[in-house]
Design a protein around this ligand. Structure first.
Ligand SMILES: *Cc1c(COP(=O)(O)O)cnc(C)c1O
Length: 336
């Protein structure tokens, strides 16, 4: 594989650090825990979408686009990073925000990522829960084209083969960091949603013939559906980067035990995981993705799936920009 074959622009700060979490490792008494700081990608508070956007926005520029169109849930980190990328390259961002998460606090539709969307001059409109958001965003793309714009459509989460190249790049970067520091990685754990992150990492590892287990902690879909989504995108991405052979479905691992009542709905284990990482390491996770991802990793350590002596890398995919919109979950906890 040779990623320079694909257009890419610089939007973030790379490589992101790979660090050992000494305090968390000690507190949990299981495997050696490392963290890949993709919350520090640098674009408007960072996160995993920045890597994807380096390839997606490069394609938009190559097509002469003046507008980026995308969609996400109200507190979407992807929309916030896409809006920032648009500002950086002199484009306009139009986004649709799905009211996917009910029963949230007062600041849910104005604070956190939505505040940042405002600052980034993102043109956003809300949509009700349950509509086909990619279809809505495609319809908006066509409407903008009819008005004389040249829009470039980015699917939810930036998860197509072009976006997944960002995580092929991350897999290369991580393996290089591990090799140069003498770290043998046994397992990688991260939150998985629209599938591009896990698919890109798996395609990258497959192309490098580097079998490291990649465990996705689902934040929305059931296990079988998530495995199918990730596998489909991983196969297409691996083909695009010229990997030989078909990426086996057995290499795709996902757990759905940490979703709780649904996407964006709080769980006790998520609140505990966020509180623990902040207290032990001074690092912020988020309630929708990385908090549930960390809850999953802690759960798998407690179940003995991740064992003492193993080296586990948690990919911190970002999201803490959403934390203030979920203040009510934590004020209760702090006062308890
Ligand atoms: C989007 C997102 C994820 C999930 O990544 P996918 O590529 O959509 O699976 C994880 N964490 C955070 C903070 C995100 O914003």
């Amino acid at each position: 594989m040779h990623l320079a074959r694909f257009p890419r622009i610089a939007l973030g700060h790379f490589p992101t650090p790979l660090e050992k979490l000494e305090n968390l490792t000690r507190a949990l008494g299981g495997p050696n825990i490392y963290i890949k700081r993709d919350d520090c990608t640098g674009l408007a508070t960072g996160g995993n979408k920045t890597r994807k956007l380096e390839f997606l926005v490069a394609e938009a520029i190559a097509q002469g686009a003046d507008t980026l169109v995308t969609q996400g849930a109200t507190q979407s980190n992807h929309v916030r990073q896409t809006a920032a990328a648009a500002r950086k390259v002199g484009m306009t961002c139009h986004a649709l925000l799905e009211r996917r998460v009910g029963n949230m606090g007062d600041g849910y539709e104005t604070g956190g990522n939505v505040l940042f969307d405002d600052l980034l001059k993102c043109h956003y409109e809300f949509r009700p829960d349950g509509v086909d958001m990619n279809a809505e965003a495609l319809a908006l793309t066509e409407a903008l084209r009819e008005k004389g714009r040249n829009p470039y459509f980015i699917p939810g989460g930036g998860s197509n083969t072009i976006g997944a190249l960002g995580y092929v790049h991350a897999a290369q970067e991580l393996v290089y960091q591990a090799d140069t520091s003498g770290l043998k990685i046994d397992k990688i754990v991260h939150a998985t949603g629209s599938a591009g992150t896990q698919a890109g990492i798996l395609a990258g590892l497959f192309a490098m013939s580097t079998p490291i287990d990649v465990i996705g902690i689902s934040v929305r879909a059931k296990r079988d559906a998530q495995i199918a989504n990730v596998h489909k995108l991983a196969v297409a991405t691996a083909d695009m980067i010229g990997a030989r052979g078909e990426l086996p479905v057995e290499t795709v691992e996902a757990y759905d035990e940490y979703v709780g009542p649904g996407y964006g709905q709080p769980t006790d284990s998520m609140v505990d995981a966020i509180s623990m990482l902040a207290a032990e390491e001074g690092i912020f996770l988020d309630p929708v993705y990385s908090g549930k991802g960390m809850a999953g990793m802690i759960g798998l350590i407690n179940q003995g799936v991740l064992k003492k002596g193993e080296n586990v890398v948690f990919v911190h995919t970002g999201g803490a920009a959403a934390l203030p919109a979920y203040e009510h979950l934590f004020t209760k906890q702090q006062r308890a």
